[in-house]
Design a protein around this ligand. Structure first.
Ligand SMILES: N[C@@H](CCC(=O)N[C@@H](CS)C(=O)NCC(=O)O)C(=O)O
Length: 215
């Protein structure tokens, strides 16, 4: 049976934003059965030799699918999609587009958004944060401008239908904590909202919030 390692307890800032949600959303879309292993972050359940064998960086999510062990949300989603033959096209050209946009979400768009959060969390003063923050805002705007153009006339980011790339990209866009940043990018906002209005996402989030404790 597929085992998914997700949070059972996590700090209040991260609760509702954690990357296990990407895996849980994909599984809900695919209607694939799994066993959830809940991990308590404040109790250091990720910092054990046993868990490090699944996830070298001691992070969530990870999966163990009858001995196939993976960490990294994008790798997990691509693996599950190919296994289920859902949320990814089976032709090489379509699959390449999905991989391309999974990497764009993880490697390009997520980077400035997470950096902004890290700057805000770690800076001693507003003045100290101003310059690096401004740089990251500029970087994010450049990516949003490109994404805005790309999404013109498109419903989904990689292909004509919803794929795992849309789970990753729309979830990454939830890392925008100040909605004013997305104000000029109507296509990006509509795309994000279209993905997040899916019934599978709403069910995933409801169950997560009922289960995952704040700690
Ligand atoms: N690149 C990884 C990042 C995983 C990650 O940052 N996980 C966070 C939760 S969303 C985590 O486990 N943080 C706990 C820690 O680093 O101690 C992925 O996409 O799966």
């Amino acid at each position: 049976m597929l085992k998914v390692y997700g949070f059972s307890r996590v700090n209040s800032v991260a609760r509702g934003h954690t990357r296990d949600l990407r895996v849980l959303w994909a599984l809900e879309e695919m209607q694939m059965p799994f066993e959830l292993v809940g991990m308590d972050h404040p109790a250091h359940e990720l910092n054990t030799d046993a868990y490090r064998r699944l996830s070298p960086f001691e992070q969530i999510p990870a999966i163990d699918d009858d001995g196939i062990v993976l960490s990294e949300s994008a790798a997990i989603l691509i693996y599950l999609a190919k296994k289920a033959n859902k949320l990814i096209p089976s032709d090489p050209a379509g699959e390449a587009q999905v991989v391309r946009w999974c990497l764009a979400a993880m490697n390009s768009v997520e980077l400035p958004l997470m950096s902004m959060l890290f700057i805000d969390w770690t800076s001693d003063s507003d003045a100290g944060a101003a310059k690096p923050r401004q740089f990251m805002v500029g970087w994010a705007k450049r990516l949003f401008t490109g994404l805005e153009r790309w999404l013109e006339g498109r419903e989904f980011v990689a292909t004509d239908t919803f794929t795992v790339a849309d789970i990753l990209m729309s979830h990454v866009l939830t890392e925008v904590r100040d909605e004013r940043l997305l104000e000029p990018y109507g296509n990006v906002r509509n795309y994000r909202d279209r993905c997040l209005s899916r019934a599978a996402w709403r069910r995933t989030m409801e169950r997560y919030l009922a289960r995952v404790e704040e700690g």
